[in-house]
Design a binder for this molecule. Structure first.
Ligand code: SF4
Length: 413
């Protein structure tokens, strides 16, 4: 039987890098452009895919399970170019009656026209970059929408026939940004969408936020508040019937993201576009982040890879453990192995992990410390006799900005 990573690819990611403005915290592969040329974007994506087809690398399955268009701000493109992806990828591959086709959108550019064309083209899941409902917080972030725009966008999607909707929220904002996290969680629930994601704000080098933190203009929250906000949302959403199915993701029954789940389960995936990552046949590769450099490479040679690697068996094993422990399903006892088991037992004793029905999974308190778990598993794999106490603090970057890797702000609009 083919190993999971060498199967034909059923999950495809396409990056749409354009944003009208860069948010203060964002270091994603973004091109600031208020009216991007969609035809050019689609042609370059198509050219990259043609090269892969011709080379036989990354073979697509006859029928895809998921297609995810992320950004950037895909809703900034004329909607016919998002719908046009079906032609580029080939309609027969999208004929799966249970295909999950997600596109990310920002409320301010999600017009009725966008909603209608996307829905008619086959998009059946939309993920909105809402982040907050507080006008001051939205202004501070550099977002272009208002709190009311988020509700309007959700209604437009529903009116177009798309009910599988998600909203993203950001927690852990600086102390001087006046915002009620409780109010934001409540307002997200009021939208009655079946999926909510939440990400902790991280300070990435080179961003305006990084400079503001360095200059003392954006005091980042103490770990205490960061933890409280995360746990508050986890408890509130659980009470409202959402399953906390992954570190950052909550869904009503039947609405977990299948695209992300496939990645967490180690399924192969193809990423097209600048900065996109792929995994197939035991190899990982990733494209140039810069849109111009990527475009130039694709047009010249059909390729724009910035790197690739074949993870060692040990790396793959550690990664599989880590990915599985990001999810509420966790791992079966036998998957833990002799090395990871003692580490997880200590986490259980500390209330950071639970065992039930033969599986071990982390609790929300454990997820908050996922970076520590990575360090402990790594050292245990290197030295099975290592007995770490599990009390390391979160890694801190050289300039003192806390790196909260387990709960990053996601590249989703
Ligand atoms: S956070 Fe999203 S909307 Fe803001 S610049 Fe980054 S990709 Fe664009």
């Amino acid at each position: 039987m083919a190993s999971p990573s060498s199967r034909r690819i059923t999950n495809v990611y396409v990056h749409a890098p354009f944003c009208a403005r860069r948010c203060c915290y964002c270091d994603f592969a973004v091109e600031v452009d208020r009216s991007p040329a969609g035809s050019r974007w689609l042609a370059v994506i198509g050219a990259e895919l043609d090269t892969l087809r011709a080379s036989g690398e990354a073979p697509l399955a006859p029928s895809l399970d998921t297609l995810y268009v992320g950004g950037g701000t895909p809703s900034l493109l004329e909607p016919r170019f998002i719908a046009g992806l079906a032609e580029v990828i080939e309609p027969r591959r999208l004929a799966n009656p249970v295909l999950e086709w997600t596109v990310e959108a920002n409320p301010e550019s999600f017009s009725q026209g966008v909603a209608g064309v996307w829905a008619a083209g086959g998009v059946n899941r939309i993920s909105f970059g809402v982040q907050s409902f507080d006008p001051d917080a939205l202004r501070w972030m550099g977002r272009l929408h208002s709190a009311a725009d988020a509700g309007v966008a959700v209604e437009r999607a529903r009116a177009a026939g798309v009910a599988n909707l998600s909203v993203d929220l950001i927690f852990g904002l600086p102390d001087n940004v006046p915002r009620s996290w409780e109010e934001d969680v409540t307002r997200a629930l009021d939208l009655e969408v079946p999926h909510i994601s939440m990400y902790g704000l991280t300070v990435e080098k080179g961003t305006p936020l990084h400079r503001a933190v360095g200059q003392g203009r954006a005091p980042m929250p103490a770990d205490e508040r960061y933890r409280e906000e995360y746990l508050y949302a986890a408890e509130t959403l659980a009470r409202a019937g959402y399953r906390h199915y992954e570190v950052s993701n909550f869904a009503l029954p039947g609405f977990a993201s299948r695209h992300n789940r496939a990645c967490w389960e180690g399924a192969p995936y193809l990423g097209l576009g600048n900065g996109a990552h792929s995994y197939h046949g035991g190899r990982r590769w990733w494209n140039e982040r810069d849109w111009a450099v990527y475009t130039e490479g694709i047009m010249r040679s059909g390729r724009a890879r910035a790197g690739d690697e074949a993870p060692s068996a040990e790396q793959s094993r550690l990664e599989a453990l880590w990915l599985a422990l990001r999810t509420a399903d966790g791992l079966q006892e036998e998957q833990l192995g002799a090395v990871a088991r003692p580490v997880l037992r200590r986490w259980e004793a500390a209330g950071r992990a639970l065992r039930s029905a033969g599986r071990t999974h982390l609790t929300p308190r454990g997820w908050l410390l996922l970076d520590e778990l990575t360090v402990e598993l790594e050292s245990a794999l290197e030295d099975p006799d290592t007995r770490s106490c599990g009390s390391r603090s979160s890694p801190v970057s050289p300039d003192g900005c806390a790196v909260r890797a387990p709960l990053p702000v996601h590249g989703g609009a």
